[in-house]
Design a protein around this ligand. Structure first.
Ligand SMILES: [Fe+2]
Ligand SMILES: [Fe+2]
Length: 382
């Protein structure tokens, strides 16, 4: 039997690891460098944050053979295992792709780590491998808080006209049933909860405003999938959104009602997602905080040394709220990085580059135009 997660001195701290995208490949110098940098970030983050729970947010690890799968999972688990920290995992769209191994194979390998709570420590588990974990009071008597972990699938069935999938109707039914049972055990009151899944819900777009192609020079991003041809930026004026958006949220184009289900049940205070490697914005929609975790690995596209992990802190003095923030490679490790070199090392994020390029282009245009303007003014004087 696994030990319960517990509040300590009224606090509970989680570290969210977004999209490690780990593979077994380690033959070349480049692959060695990528692995070194990932482990540098994880070791520094774990030592600085000292979390009570680590959560892998999906697109975690895979391989073309069972041996490769084991090798890549063991690699990302190692820093957590060394420190004996409890670990929870959700699957991303890439984890269960063809050849990447079946769901059971993944879960079995993760669960070989004594402190992993992947479904086998959960009071409620769905057929899709969704589960929950309670956080108990310090006396280990009563659960005070609940954590949901859901699998958001890969590609959507054709009839939904959406590239990416979403949790299925059965999963929503499972969540609502489990939520009611938890409330029954809690004197009729729902337990406050956070929810973790890989693919974000479409309601993230309510933190954005539609903008123009010109905004691409500054903070705008171009829409994806069903939103192709549109442009978006974070709506900092009309919402409480903060953080960074380097690419359009890659949500499903079909709304399955998952967010409305959270609103109906009233337990979910915040939901966290991976999938979008450049985004780390957080904002509130209808009283529920939606938060992105940026990429933490170095095998995929990212923002130089701004790869990082997200922290979520709970405090028993007020469990209706929580505190969340990002910790980046640049601040945790510094510029000692082998897989990112040259100017990329100094990249703060893509928007700062776009802004800098725009300002430089404006400067060049001004320098080119200046002699003509001056000559014209002189001619007029004569
Ligand atoms: Fe990913
Ligand atoms: Fe993904």
């Amino acid at each position: 039997m696994k030990e319960n997660l517990k509040f300590k001195n009224g606090k509970f701290k989680m570290m969210l690891v977004g999209d490690p995208h780990e593979k077994a490949a380690d033959e070349t110098e480049r692959e060695q460098a990528i692995i070194r940098d990932y482990l540098r970030l994880q070791n520094a983050a774990l030592d600085a944050i000292r979390p009570d729970l680590v959560i892998f947010m999906g697109d975690n690890a895979g391989g073309n053979t069972p041996e490769e799968l084991r090798k890549s999972i063991e690699r990302i688990v190692a820093p957590v295992k060394e420190r004996n920290i409890p670990l929870a995992v959700v699957f991303g769209n890439h984890d269960l792709e063809k050849k990447m191994g079946a769901q059971k194979e993944h879960i079995d390998i993760y669960n070989e780590y004594e402190n992993c709570r992947f479904t086998n420590a959960s009071p409620f588990v769905s057929e899709d491998g969704d589960y929950n974990l309670f956080i108990y009071d310090e006396e280990n008597k009563n659960p005070l808080y609940n954590l949901w972990f859901l699998y958001s699938g890969n590609r959507a069935p054709k009839e939904y006209h959406s590239k990416y999938a979403f949790v299925k109707d059965e999963q929503i039914v499972w969540y609502e049933d489990a939520c009611k049972k938890i409330a029954e055990q809690n004197g009729g009151k729902v337990l406050p909860a956070l929810l973790f899944q890989h693919i974000p819900v479409p309601e993230e777009y309510r933190l954005l405003k539609e903008t123009t192609p010109l905004s691409m020079l500054f903070d705008g991003v171009v829409g994806l999938n069903g939103k192709k041809g549109k442009y978006f930026a974070l709506d900092r004026k009309n919402t409480d959104v903060e953080g960074y958006m380097g690419e359009a949220p890659c949500t499903p184009d079909y709304n399955n009602g998952q967010f409305d289900s959270w609103k109906k049940m009233g337990d979910v205070k915040g939901a966290f997602f991976g999938h979008d490697h450049l985004n780390d914005f957080v904002g509130t929609v209808d009283g529920i905080v939606l938060g992105q975790c940026k990429l933490s690995g170095f095998r995929q596209y990212g923002d130089g040394l701004m790869q990082g992990v997200r922290v979520v802190e709970l405090d028993t003095s007020d469990l209706s709220k929580f505190h969340t923030y990002m910790r980046y490679y640049r601040e945790l490790v510094g510029t000692d990085c082998d897989s990112i070199q040259g100017s990329l090392k100094w990249l703060r994020d893509r928007q700062s580059v776009k802004l800098e390029t725009s300002l430089k282009a404006l400067g060049v245009a001004a320098a080119v135009a200046a002699p003509f303007v001056l000559a014209k003014a002189l001619r007029r004087k004569k």
